[in-house]
Ligand binder design. Structure first.
Ligand SMILES: Cc1cc2nc3c(=O)[nH]c(=O)nc-3n(C[C@H](O)[C@H](O)[C@H](O)COP(=O)(O)O)c2cc1C
Length: 215
């Protein structure tokens, strides 16, 4: 029988998510719940299922204070329950063996298919240009970030994605090895004030059928 997903609930989450910039500083989120949210968020798709996303959770107040000036004094950094730094791992492809081993154990593929896939991935990624790996990992990082924000909303929390921070200073202050790139920071917590409404371009303004318009 066809599985029917509760479309209304899903659309409510999508429609009601807004970037929230004022949080209740007393409201905490347990590490267990953050882990559950990440488990759900990481159901997002990724290139070759390599899941090159990594998460640095900043939930201790002194570290949030340290982040504040790096994030141009955006108050949500110290008021939200946690700041999730979404990182992209340049060496994410090295997890292919681990990822596909799980798939074999789950009965999703044979050893032979696994071996071929890993071989192809290694050939593609070894000595690959760092800029290309970055490009792929940032796309995957964007997908998981979006999913994380929707998961948080569905659980009664709010978020704001942040590109407004000094990435170099962030890497230095939080000792992020060269192996990782920053994707974005996501503040997550209990809203103290709703996010302000925003507008979108009309679908007609952004959609073309079969060919792009000539200039
Ligand atoms: C990659 C990215 C970076 C952003 N950086 C910031 C930021 O540094 N500070 C902030 O307050 N909002 C930031 N935003 C939130 C946007 O301003 C917001 O998503 C947009 O105005 C649409 O509003 P909405 O999220 O409420 O729908 C960022 C959003 C994205 C996707």
């Amino acid at each position: 029988m066809e599985k029917v997903i509760d479309q209304k609930a899903f659309m409510d989450v999508i429609r009601e998510r807004r970037s929230v910039r004022h949080y209740d500083p007393t409201a905490k989120i347990s590490r267990d719940e953050i882990k559950e949210m990440l488990k759900e968020a990481t159901l997002a798709p990724s290139s070759s299922n390599l899941q090159p996303w990594r998460f640095l959770i900043i939930d201790e107040q002194p570290l949030k204070e340290k982040l504040l000036p790096i994030a141009f004094n955006q108050k949500q950094v110290v008021e939200a329950a946690a700041i999730i730094a979404v990182l992209a791992d340049y060496e994410g492809y090295k997890q292919a063996g681990n990822i596909y081993k799980k798939a074999v154990e789950a009965g999703y593929m044979t050893e032979e298919v696994k071996a071929t896939l890993i071989d192809n991935i290694n050939k593609r990624y070894e000595n690959r240009d760092r800029a290309i790996i970055k490009e792929i990992a940032l796309v995957d990082g964007g997908l998981v970030s979006m999913q994380l924000m929707l998961v948080a909303k569905a659980r009664g929390y709010d978020t704001v994605p942040m590109g407004g921070y000094n990435s170099e200073k962030f890497k230095e202050a939080f000792q992020i090895p060269d192996q990782y790139e920053t994707v974005m920071l996501i503040a997550v917590g209990k809203a103290a004030e709703p996010g302000h409404p925003t507008t979108r371009l009309d679908v007609e303004e952004i959609t073309f059928w079969n060919e792009m318009p000539s200039k």
